[in-house]
Design a protein around this ligand. Structure first.
Ligand SMILES: Nc1nc2c(ncn2[C@@H]2O[C@H](COP(=O)(O)OP(=O)(O)O)[C@@H](O)[C@H]2O)c(=O)[nH]1
Ligand SMILES: [Mg+2]
Length: 235
């Protein structure tokens, strides 16, 4: 009888806290490092060829946007060579067969950039993730903003086909709008899909041919830094 009473008084408590993975823990450490070094960090993700490196080349024409880059590719130093040609400080990570960057890789690259003095006078750390619309969305890099590019040749149906990627975006950028008409790309469809999936994401359209479109994106990123906005999304 006594035991029965105790049983009735026992309450069950549901614990639904996320168990942090090794990568999550490292990403939390990186967040603190960026903060103490006063660097605002952007994680650019997209398919290969959607225009990430080109966008970084375009950034270099704005003297009020001081940035260094960590490049992620499966193989080759080609992107870093392109950036160095423009005078951009950059460090290349080659992942071999890993289809995404992980926080531990960023930690190593960050140390190298720092040792080289490449972070002096820099306000923004720009990460170009490995080109892939799937895997990078599962790895927190501690960035302040996660920015996803979708180029017009890829098609206007991708937001709902790759929801994990677009869910983790603070900013979605449709790139290559100068050639949009050749691909029957419907911007309204992308905007409407994004509203349904992730209404908090800010939406931009850009082309490397239209400097004012890049300027608008840079201004918004600078505004986020000034307001110290942290990513809506935790991976
Ligand atoms: N027409 C057009 N081509 C672009 C634009 N941005 C990038 N490209 C081209 O797209 C190709 C892939 O660009 P890249 O920056 O290397 O893409 P990433 O793989 O995402 O870094 C290159 O040939 C670029 O010249 C754009 O706004 N308009
Ligand atoms: Mg690239």
């Amino acid at each position: 009888m006594k035991n029965q009473n105790i049983k009735n008084q026992t309450k069950s408590i549901e614990i639904s806290q996320k168990i942090l993975s090794k990568n999550d823990l490292k990403a939390n450490e990186l967040r603190e490092i960026y903060k103490s070094d006063n660097l605002y960090t952007l994680n650019f993700m997209s398919s290969p060829g959607s225009g990430k490196t080109t966008l970084m080349e375009c950034f270099s024409s704005f003297s009020d946007f001081k940035f260094a880059v960590i490049e992620g590719d499966l193989e080759t130093n080609r992107d870093v060579e392109r950036l160095h040609k423009r005078g951009i400080k950059a460090y290349q990570i080659t992942t071999g067969d890993a289809c995404h960057l992980e926080a531990s890789m960023i930690e190593i690259a960050y140390k190298k950039l720092k040792e080289q003095g490449s972070l002096e006078g820099i306000e923004f750390l720009v990460i170009e993730n490995v080109g892939n619309l799937v895997c990078p969305a599962s790895y927190d890099l501690g960035a302040n903003l996660n920015i996803v590019l979708l180029s017009t040749p890829e098609g206007d149906d991708k937001v709902l086909k790759y929801p994990t990627m677009f869910l983790c975006a603070d900013i979605v950028v449709v790139s290559k709008v100068d050639i949009m008409e050749y691909f029957d790309f419907d911007i309204k469809r992308v905007e409407s899909d994004l509203k349904k999936l992730n209404s908090k994401a800010k939406f931009f359209t850009i082309s490397s041919k239209y400097s004012s479109s890049i300027r608008a994106l840079v201004d918004y990123i600078k505004e986020c830094k000034d307001k110290n906005i942290a990513s809506n999304f935790r991976f």
